[in-house]
Design a protein around this ligand. Structure first.
Ligand code: GLY
Length: 331
């Protein structure tokens, strides 16, 4: 029996385990074998762009984790694709511009003209009407991050799927099982389906992350240094794992409207993930009872929130702290 068992081998569970081990704890990670939302995620670290809500506590949490990311990436000791180029948030039509204006005003980002946008990113379509540069936003490659964490924790990870927390023999159980948290704890975590595409072509077509409104649809385009380009994502209240013709069509149509040159890229992957949503779309972080601690429900921000979640849950488990605003007991 280890002292602490983390249930969940995704980016949240592994990050927590890594922090706990760094603080000297005796930790085992149970990995149920599913490739979680991290496997599909593009890895945008976008505390402003992804916060459709204005809950101040959640915005503070997102900002705090964004600040932790440089040291977190550095400590992993390998290249995890942490990139500081920034994000261009774009609008294609006048209606798209009207839809984005409130967010851009709140972010206090100056509006850039099409010519200014194309001098930053020459591959943009001439049809892009306006945009802003969110220079604080970053990206990381979630698959590289998880591989690095798995490497560091290799002697702590046990491949095992559990059906009940009574199957876990440990003093403290940290449930970081994404959408699987609902079945293990009874907490209201719901799967929110996202279809995501991966393209591949000559590196260098794009430098910035692009996050665009295109004829009323949302699309993000995340270029990696090696020529991979991630295009996402649908957001559907569905539990199935189908890659649909409509989903792929909508994503590709929007991406090619913004960057016509992507038409020459190879379509290398079509994937489906499920974001762990909660009733208020904020995460659940903290003690459920004397033995069980929960870290789940990160919804659209699991990659961004991994470092702060790891620190906070280590504080809950080892120092008896609370995470007042995000207690799982609020449900
Ligand atoms: N954070 C991007 C997404 O959930 O699609």
């Amino acid at each position: 029996m280890s002292d602490i068992t983390v249930v969940g081998g995704g980016i949240i569970g592994l990050s927590i385990a890594w922090r706990l081990v760094a603080r000297g704890a005796d930790v085992t990670v149970l990995d149920g074998g599913d490739e979680g939302a991290w496997h599909v995620a593009a890895g945008m670290l976008a505390p402003g762009g992804e916060s459709e809500h204005e809950d101040p506590a959640l915005i503070r949490l997102l900002d705090r984790s964004a600040d932790l990311w440089p040291a977190f990436a550095e400590e992993l000791g390998v290249d995890v694709g942490y990139d500081k180029t920034g994000t261009l948030s774009l609008a294609l039509t006048a209606d798209d511009l009207a839809g984005r204006a409130r967010l851009w005003t709140r972010q206090q980002l100056p509006l850039l003209r099409p010519s200014e946008l194309r001098s930053l990113e020459p591959a943009l379509s001439v049809r892009v009407r306006a945009g802003v540069l969110a220079s604080r936003e970053r990206q990381v490659d979630p698959r590289r991050v998880v591989n690095a964490l798995r490497e560091r924790l290799s002697d702590r990870i046990v491949p095992k799927r559990i059906e009940s927390l009574s199957d876990v023999d440990a003093r403290v159980v940290v449930v970081a099982a994404g959408c699987g948290t609902a079945a293990l704890t009874g907490l209201p975590v719901r799967p929110v389906k996202g279809q995501v595409l991966r393209l591949r072509g000559e590196p260098g077509l794009l430098r910035h992350v692009l996050d665009a409104a295109v004829d009323g649809n949302e699309v993000y385009i995340v270029p990696r240094a090696d020529g991979e380009v991630v295009v996402g994502a649908t957001q559907e209240e569905r539990t199935d794992r189908l890659v649909t013709a409509g989903g792929v069509h909508d994503l590709l149509r929007a991406a090619l409207e913004i960057v016509p040159g992507l038409a020459e890229f190879e379509l290398t992957e079509t994937t489906v993930g499920h974001r762990p949503g909660t009733p208020d779309n904020a995460p659940m972080l903290g003690r459920l009872d004397d033995r069980v601690v929960v870290a789940a429900g990160h919804f659209r921000n699991g990659i961004l929130l991994a470092p702060v979640t790891a620190d906070l849950i280590a504080g809950v488990v080892l120092d008896g702290q609370d995470v007042a605003d995000f207690s799982p007991r609020r449900f």
